[in-house]
Design a binder for this molecule. Structure first.
Ligand SMILES: Nc1ncnc2c1ncn2[C@@H]1O[C@H](COP(=O)(O)OP(=O)(O)OP(=O)(O)O)[C@@H](O)[C@H]1O
Ligand SMILES: [Mg+2]
Length: 645
């Protein structure tokens, strides 16, 4: 049965997994592969922070830590350097704030030792007021520093997002499918946020923490209480603890971002495919799939949480034990009369500041690995070069506008073993109509994608307007081609804004004229606001046939030299189809038309018909010629006449 033969859908090869990309000389190190679905939370996952490395940790934490910072450093440097004046302001005000913080305990000691101990109320008042002024200055400095830091960090975040967006806009389909749309979105939102947050916290803490810790140590030693050995014990202990915990967090954060990608991807698929999901009663299964990804995130998040849970009580324990020791041993000294109460008090405050500084630094250090993972993911996007190489000084004036020539074209999808197209050669003179027919999966869409250079040929060449598309200026190339894709996409906005996507300065009359040709005038007139009627996201509030006609009108408004219709009349009834084609041929006689069609009846009068079968050209000629020469064409015609009759 010939009719059956042309309805076979071949399995589609699609690459949706991001590939590991090499990092030679680039910002990035390695793309984490998605799909780790180890959902089970075992006891081990709770205990591993204590007992050792998690079995599924891919790389040692130290290795990750050492290899990550350069990317983070590069990104921070690249995007923060333009805010250097703000950052200088942060530094100055942080210094002032830290100096004030360090000065306060000394004043406090003076009040106790000189004022209280000697009963000098005037001194207490004077020094007290001075302390108040210093505190106030400290607050103002700290607030100003945070204000500047926020401005710099948020500005940098905006710049990174803009660059990622710009980069992604230049991607060809190959790169988009390698990363996955969901992952690209996560990278440009959540990942940028991590880096932005680190920049913000870093600007405020990176200066304060070491100043407090080091300044605290110096002043504490200066108080000469004789308890400095306590610092020598507790600070290294804190640092050791922080290093241990942070080392374990790095691989977790990397996995966390990967899991976030998964949730994003499933959510997106669910939303875009909601009708299919409902129609096939797959809601339960989709829910399961989401639950899996969601649980994955929870498990990783819980591990991070269990580390935090450990960390802070331990910090506080060390801090409190140290304070108690100060009071214990200091009390003995006070009793002996070797140390004054106020001085001991100041020493205690300095110990607090030192520990505060160390804890702050640990907190920062904990954010660094997470931001480093995010930075790496951002770096991968910024680093990956679009396979669509834009030629320098590309041809903008085509020698033969409207002409098209394919010469021995071969094309292989990235990651596929065999070419989907090979040995394709045909051409069209300006104003001619070339039809492409073939069974589903024979490569028609792939073939027409090569004309506007959505993909580059693997071998052979495509000439548009007499120029090899790889040598043409991309904008000029796209300007000369109007593509109506097989699955037309409309943007959120109005009918007019969608049509003007083709050419911004088009007048309303031109829009109506294009709609007239596309047989869309009637239904747009019937819409409540005419040209200003609202189009929902993805064009879901118009019917399939209406969407096709709007997409055709959009391509006409574009005023191209070559119009490419990829199965664009399939959703139209036979009468509308015929009227549309007549209008097209009548109104746009000088435009070259490449028409992919299912219905042979719509292309019998084409200047040339190309017959594809399994990616090769099995016939080319007029309808009459092909009926004589091509078995495949005859089969298609007979099957359709059989169906139509
Ligand atoms: N992004 C892709 N990655 C890998 N293989 C692909 C991709 N898109 C299509 N293919 C494969 O290329 C072949 C040709 O697909 P194409 O979409 O060009 O067919 P078609 O002739 O337009 O089919 P239809 O009539 O159903 O629109 C198919 O076998 C398909 O599996
Ligand atoms: Mg197709």
């Amino acid at each position: 049965m010939p009719a059956r033969r042309h309805a076979i859908t071949r399995p589609r090869l699609r690459c949706s997994e991001p590939k590991a990309r090499g990092g030679s000389g680039s910002l990035s190190a390695k793309v984490p592969l998605q799909g780790d679905t180890n959902v089970r939370a075992s006891w081990h996952s709770f205990l591993w922070p204590i007992v050792g490395r998690h079995p599924s940790a891919e790389k040692s934490a130290v290795a990750l830590f050492l290899e990550s910072p350069p990317v983070l450093g590069k990104i921070l440097f690249r995007y923060l350097s333009r805010y250097r004046w703000l950052l200088l302001g942060v530094l100055v005000f942080q210094l002032a704030s830290a100096a004030a913080t360090l000065y306060l305990p000394r004043l406090n000691a003076d009040i106790i030792d000189k004022g209280v101990a000697q009963g000098d109320t005037g001194y207490i008042w004077r020094t007290g007021l001075f302390m108040l002024a210093v505190s106030f200055g400290q607050i103002v400095a700290s607030v100003t520093a945070t204000f500047f830091a926020a401005r710099a960090a948020m500005g940098a975040g905006r710049d990174i997002r803009a660059d990622v967006f710009g980069k992604v806009s230049g991607f060809s389909e190959r790169e988009v499918s390698q990363f996955g749309a969901g992952s690209l979105i996560t990278r440009n939102t959540n990942d940028v946020q991590q880096v932005q947050m680190l920049a913000m916290m870093g600007a405020t803490m990176l200066v304060t923490a070491p100043l407090l810790a080091i300044g605290g140590i110096i002043f504490a030693v200066q108080t000469n209480v004789g308890l400095s050995w306590l610092i020598a014990v507790s600070v290294p202990l804190l640092l050791l603890l922080a290093a241990l915990v942070i080392g374990r967090m790095v691989p977790l954060f990397r996995r966390y971002q990967g899991k976030l990608d998964n949730v994003n991807r499933i959510m997106r698929e669910q939303l875009t495919g909601v009708r299919v999901v409902r129609a096939f009663v797959r809601e339960r299964i989709e829910e399961e799939r989401f639950r899996g990804a969601n649980t994955d995130i929870m498990v990783v998040g819980r591990k991070v949480g269990s580390l935090f849970v450990l960390l802070f009580p331990l910090f506080m324990l060390i801090l409190n034990v140290t304070v108690v020791s100060v009071i214990w041993f200091g009390g003995i000294e006070v009793n002996n009369g070797t140390v004054q109460v106020g001085t001991l008090f100041a020493f205690m405050q300095y110990i607090g500041q030192i520990m505060g500084g160390v804890i702050m630094a640990s907190f920062m250090a904990m954010m660094i690995p997470r931001a480093a993972v995010s930075a790496e993911r951002i770096g991968e996007v910024l680093d990956s070069e679009s396979t669509l190489v834009r030629p320098e000084n590309g041809v903008t004036e085509f020698p033969a506008p409207g002409a098209l020539a394919l010469d021995d074209v071969e094309f292989t999808y990235p990651g596929a073993d065999a070419p989907v197209l090979h040995g394709i050669s045909f051409g069209a003179q300006p104003g001619e109509t070339v039809a492409i027919v073939g069974s589903t999966g024979s490569g028609k869409t792939t073939l027409v994608s090569l004309i506007p250079r959505l993909f580059d040929v693997s071998a052979g060449s495509v000439h548009v307007g007499g120029t090899d598309v790889r040598e043409a200026d991309v904008e000029a190339l796209w300007d000369s081609i109007g593509l109506v894709p097989q699955r037309p996409f409309l943007f959120t906005g109005t009918v007019a804004s969608n049509l003007r996507y083709g050419r911004e300065e088009a007048t309303d009359e031109e829009l109506w004229a294009a709609l007239e040709i596309a047989q869309g005038r009637d239904f747009v007139e019937e819409m409540p606001d005419g040209l200003e009627s609202r189009i929902a996201q993805g064009g879901t509030n118009v019917s399939g046939g209406q969407r096709q006609r709007l997409a055709i009108a959009r391509a006409i408004v574009h005023q191209p030299k070559i119009l490419v219709f990829d199965d664009s009349f399939s959703a139209l009834d036979l009468t509308t189809d015929a009227r549309l084609r007549q209008a097209l041929w009548r109104e746009l006689p000088h435009v070259t038309k490449i028409v992919v069609a299912q219905r042979v009846s719509s292309i019998t009068d084409a200047d040339r018909i190309v017959v594809l079968d399994g990616g090769t050209m099995v016939g080319v000629g007029t309808h009459a010629e092909l009926l004589e020469t091509s078995d495949t064409y005859r089969e298609i015609v007979e099957s359709q006449l059989g169906v139509d009759a």
